[in-house]
Design a protein around this ligand. Structure first.
Ligand code: SF4
Length: 456
């Protein structure tokens, strides 16, 4: 067969980066994986992880057929057919009833449809119509930042193209350019244009090389810095009164709340001198338009640290930066730009009524512990490595009647807790559809599925 080159996307999904790939195959075998020069976001860039993606193809560790075992933890897996595996699963689901069945999907389920969430929506559709539990992987990590920003009303992000064209000041707040490679180019363009770049982080990251100012603060103290900045802006009477009057709620309560949150108060918490906090607040209030790029996950790993995104998201409102070219909040992990939105197949309006276990790790583990959930699906998710208290989750999984894992490689959850394993296809073996911060990409299938693997 002739050589064929298709355009596809890196399956690692470093949102908002999402790099393009060109993949060449011949006679069903991979010839090369390269950065896609025509991809408008990544423009040919592939990091080391992306370049190493070829190791997935033909890897001897791939799961190539359904497996079943009689005893958890045993290395003695028995190959089975899809039909037998699905019959066994269906029988066990019927025995416990829909409410005792739960789907826990991980980011592996979005390797080929990030942004659209087609697979997630299909899983949710099944759960809605069947009346079983399902949970979203965004419950940990970046989802908390999105939760804080969303609570504040800052649901939409500005684009990297807007940043490079219009921003006069850019604050990279816990956002390292290494993990936002496609945004980095635009920060560089803005800098060449004369924009002021400030990095706020807990360590001197690679992004610091671009910065006019680097502010290093103690981990978990971002909320205090943002509140003290707002204290200064309000004390200086530098807030945008028109914007605040027309587009915000609760300013009086915020003003009251900020009274004790002085730069000196924040200095004790953040380790950043009061003088520097005042300087940052004044420059942010004075330089318009200013865009804040919040890091995907780093700010939101501690207890209640979604509050950091809440407080930071108030800053563009206070200064009237929202809705202005070059203002607002920059591209963020999981954040949608204005105008981006897709129809959902999830049929949420047809969800079978009932009490469901909330989308919260603690609640899910409790449901396993109490027996409220007895059949658990781990879809592209190594959940034992995702929950901080591994021993507790391991014990909870041991109580389940049936654990089914769908994945492309074995993992800790499969080895220790699964009863049935279903082999998944990789991104090159499926049609893909991805939405980045500014573009939509469709990818052809490049290879036939290996072994007996199937798309989810
Ligand atoms: S940054 Fe690297 S791993 Fe992430 S999408 Fe781009 S190439 Fe893939």
């Amino acid at each position: 067969m002739p050589r064929e080159t298709i355009r596809t996307m890196c399956p690692m999904n470093c949102h908002p980066t999402l790099c393009g790939m060109t993949v060449t195959v011949q006679d069903g075998s991979l010839v090369s994986i390269e950065g896609d020069e025509t991809n408008p976001d990544s423009q040919g860039f592939l990091c080391m992880r992306g370049k190493a993606a070829h190791e997935i193809i033909g890897n001897p560790g791939r799961l190539l057929g359904p497996l079943i075992r009689a005893k958890r933890g045993s290395p003695d897996w028995t190959p089975t057919s899809w039909d037998d595996a699905l019959d066994t699963i269906a029988t066990r689901m019927q025995a416990v009833g829909p409410k005792a069945v739960g789907f826990w999907q991980g980011h592996g389920n979005a390797a080929n449809d990030y942004g659209f969430g087609l697979k997630r929506a299909q899983m949710e559709r099944f759960a809605n119509l069947y009346g079983c539990q399902f949970w979203d992987p965004a419950m940990i990590c970046w989802g908390l930042g999105a939760f804080g920003a969303g609570l504040t009303g800052a649901v939409e992000t500005s684009t990297k193209e807007d940043l490079s064209a219009h921003s006069e000041m850019i604050i990279l707040w816990g956002a390292n350019t290494v993990s936002q490679a496609s945004t980095l180019k635009h920060v560089e363009i803005a800098k060449r244009r004369g924009a002021r770049i400030v990095v706020v982080d807990v360590r001197r990251t690679e992004a610091s090389a671009l910065a006019d100012e680097v502010i290093l603060l103690r981990p978990g103290s971002d909320t205090a810095l943002a509140l003290a900045m707002m204290h200064v802006i309000v004390a200086d009477r530098r807030w945008d009164a028109d914007f605040v009057d027309q587009h915000t709620l609760g300013f009086s309560a915020l003003k009251e709340h900020l009274q004790t949150m002085t730069p000196q108060w924040a200095e004790a918490l953040t380790g950043v001198t009061a003088e520097r906090i005042v300087g940052l607040a004044r420059s942010y209030a004075a330089i318009r338009p200013a865009m804040i790029v919040i890091g995907g996950s780093s700010l939101h790993k501690g207890g209640n640290t979604y509050e950091a995104a809440r407080a930071i998201a108030c800053l563009p409102a206070l200064t009237g930066n929202f809705g202005k070219p070059g203002g607002g909040l920059g591209p963020r992990h999981g954040g949608r730009s204005h105008g981006a939105g897709f129809a959902s197949q999830a049929a949420a309006e047809r969800r079978v009524p009932g009490d469901y276990v909330p989308n919260q790790l603690e609640a899910i583990v409790e449901a396993l512990e109490t027996g409220a959930v007895k059949v658990l699906f781990a879809i592209g998710s190594n959940l034992l490595s995702s929950f901080p208290d591994t021993n507790r989750l391991r014990a909870a999984l041991a109580k389940a009647n049936l654990v089914v894992a769908y994945d492309i490689f074995s993992n800790q959850t499969i080895r220790e807790a699964a009863d049935i394993v279903l082999p998944g296809t990789i991104w090159l073996e499926e049609i893909g559809a991805k939405a980045t911060n500014t573009y939509v990409h469709l990818s052809d299938r490049a290879m036939t599925p290996a072994g007996d693997s199937r798309p989810v």
